[in-house]
Design a protein around this ligand. Structure first.
Ligand code: HEM
Ligand SMILES: *[C@@H]1O[C@H](CO)[C@@H](O)[C@H](O)[C@H]1NC(C)=O
Ligand SMILES: *[C@@H]1O[C@H](CO)[C@@H](O)[C@H](O)[C@H]1NC(C)=O
Ligand SMILES: *[C@@H]1O[C@H](CO)[C@@H](O)[C@H](O)[C@H]1NC(C)=O
Ligand SMILES: *[C@@H]1O[C@H](CO)[C@@H](O)[C@H](O)[C@H]1NC(C)=O
Ligand SMILES: *[C@@H]1O[C@H](CO)[C@@H](O)[C@H](O)[C@H]1NC(C)=O
Length: 510
């Protein structure tokens, strides 16, 4: 029987049978190919591949439910370097301190962040900034951002944070009276948003636009979804609202810039980031166009907000579950800051609260909001890694078809570097000694190398101020029978599984 006979017999079948047979045969073939390529046709020069049964899906569900469990389990089996299939594509993860360095310290010829993040971020941030421009231009843009995040500039932010906190807690429904229950993710989300917008973006936003921006920001945020990461550009309703929100927010910033240009530098009350960018030039001498300033502001607010609200929420849960630490925090700041927070809270005094700092550090160790960092592979890479089966070094090629993955949270949660790693124990940092600051460190919640975070100092100051203020004014308790919530990894940024609530009681004034 030849192919034409087969085709004739097939077309003679009832339509229903045809409709069933075709996908079955296709899937059957794909399945066989998938299994054979993992068993009989293994390419020994590439990193070992985590076995999976279903083509395309691969390890997506296993990884997606709990990336850390997935990484730890497979690291035991394959060592620090292995591949897994995520949404149809091979991803090679490089764990351990050498893996951290391999990914974060890679060169532009070796990897690209933009090629991976562009589809998700460009519609949110807008054109000509961040991953929609050359890596060299992104570096220049990060320099502009850094200027306004330097220690002397940060000093002006503490009173802004405090007044935003006071305003929120005076007006929020769930904080009226002497005790109550609040939705932690929602409340911390509003607090970090208001405080970041007010501090970074200047007087106009603080006085008039926080509410407008917050509502629009939510529409942008809702499009920050895995589906937009893997399949950008779908005509989904969330994406239509995202595009409208982007236009409106960008217009708000462009209007601010325009009116500032008309009034001139004489109207400059304070030296915020928007002024800095308006007065700056790129290396080639060109000024920074208004739409780029607007888009950088959107990008910054997004980058900062996501991470800060998540860490802030986790801190409150840990603290609520450790009344001893809560009391120590209270005593520490009462001793150092005294009775009038408004008068005593400055950037310097906030830096003198060692336990507050260690609480942020320890929370970032266990609950780093960015669990997986990705890069496109631009040239065939080689990596040497220990194979636990033979206990010998193996050298693998990572081809350009793979995506390179780093998960520095794995070293940060390893027994090797942090005894009793699952335990949230801020005091462990008292005896840790100096943590290496280069890309081969075991503690990299802010990344390393050319894409390293510019917001670390800002985030510490913001979170320290929030913790100090909250612990000074309230006592927090877990809801009856609940502990620290589990982690929801299905959003792009890790956060507590919802509903995540705590009980509060107002403290007597110091
Ligand atoms: C606790 C808070 C934060 C954490 C844990 C965090 C974490 C990170 C990490 C891990 C990266 C590297 C991503 C990569 O290599 O692919 C990064 C990059 C970045 N972050 Fe943060 N971040 C935080 C807060 C902030 C804040 C407050 C801002 C702004 C004010 C900010 C702005 C940025 C920017 C501009 C980048 C550079 C992206 C690039 O060069 O590709 N972050 N952050
Ligand atoms: C601190 O300052 C803020 C605003 O500047 C004000 O709303 C608040 O009442 C002050 N708090 C105290 C305790 O003085
Ligand atoms: C990577 O290696 C493959 C096969 O060895 C080769 O075909 C390809 O051109 C190489 N890619 C680059 C970017 O060097
Ligand atoms: C095995 O992988 C290497 C590195 O990606 C590639 O150059 C080579 O062509 C592959 N061999 C086969 C038989 O596919
Ligand atoms: C990074 O720093 C640590 C200690 O600070 C050092 O031991 C290590 O060699 C450094 N790594 C690289 C790759 O430079
Ligand atoms: C990062 O890479 C550069 C050059 O590629 C190298 O000089 C430097 O030592 C590396 N840093 C670390 C920490 O490995």
């Amino acid at each position: 029987m030849d192919a034409t006979d087969l085709l004739k017999q097939f077309t003679a079948l009832p339509l229903l049978a045809q409709v069933v047979i075709v996908p079955t045969v296709f899937f059957g073939l794909a399945f066989v190919k998938h299994i054979v390529s993992q068993t009989l046709l293994v390419n020994k020069s590439e990193p070992p591949l985590v076995f999976s049964w279903v083509p395309f899906v691969g390890s997506t569900i296993d990884y997606g439910m709990d990336p850390f469990k997935f990484f730890f389990r497979n690291r035991k089996r394959y060592g620090d370097t292995f591949s897994f299939i995520l949404v149809g594509r091979k991803h090679t993860v490089c764990l351990g301190t050498e893996g951290n360095n391999f990914v974060f310290n890679s060169t532009l010829a070796e990897t690209s962040a933009a090629d991976i993040y562009r589809g998700l971020t460009v519609p949110i941030f807008g054109k000509d900034v961040c991953y929609d421009c050359s890596p060299a231009k992104l570096m220049e843009q990060k320099k502009l951002m850094k200027y306004s995040l330097m220690p002397d500039k940060l000093a002006a932010f503490v009173p802004i944070f405090l007044s935003e906190l006071q305003h929120y807690l005076d007006t929020a429904k769930s904080f009226q009276g002497n005790e109550g229950v609040f939705d932690v993710v929602e409340s911390v989300g509003v607090i970090t948003m208001y405080s970041a917008a007010s501090a970074l973006q200047g007087r106009e936003v603080r006085d008039n636009l926080r509410k407008d921006l917050t509502a629009l920001y939510h529409d942008l945020d809702k499009s920050f979804l895995p589906i937009n990461f893997y399949m950008p550009g779908l005509p989904l309703p969330v994406n239509r609202r995202r595009d409208e929100a982007h236009q409106k927010i960008a217009q708000i910033y462009k209007d601010i810039i325009k009116s500032r240009r008309q009034l001139g530098p004489g109207s400059k009350g304070e030296d915020d980031m928007i002024w800095k960018m308006m007065e700056s030039n790129y290396k080639d001498g060109s000024s920074v166009p208004d739409h780029e300033i607007a888009n950088m502001m959107i990008g910054l607010l997004m980058a900062g907000q996501h991470n800060s609200y998540s860490v802030g929420a986790w801190i409150l849960f840990h603290v609520a579950n450790r009344p001893d630490i809560q009391e120590e925090l209270y005593q520490e700041q009462a001793a150092i800051l005294g009775t009038d927070l408004n008068a005593s809270a400055t950037r310097d005094s906030m830096n003198q609260l060692p336990l507050h700092k260690m609480v942020v550090r320890e929370t970032l160790r266990i609950n780093a909001p960015i669990h997986t960092v990705m890069r496109a592979v631009k040239s065939n890479l080689t990596i040497t890694s220990r194979d636990p089966k033979t206990d010998s070094d193996k050298t693998y090629t990572i081809p350009t078809s793979h995506v390179l993955v780093s998960a520095p949270g794995v070293t940060a949660q390893s027994e090797e570097y942090f005894p009793n790693p699952e335990k949230w124990d801020p005091h462990r940092w008292e005896t840790m000694g100096d943590v290496p600051e280069n890309a081969s460190s075991y503690y990299l919640p802010f990344g390393a190398g050319r894409h390293r975070c510019v917001g670390e100092n800002f985030a510490y100051l913001q979170l320290n101020t929030i913790v100090a203020f909250m612990v000074r004014n309230y006592k927090f308790y877990p809801m009856l029978g609940e502990g620290v919530p589990a982690t929801d990894y299905t959003a792009m940024i890790t956060r507590p599984v919802l509903p995540a609530r705590l009980r509060w009681e107002r403290r007597a004034k110091i």
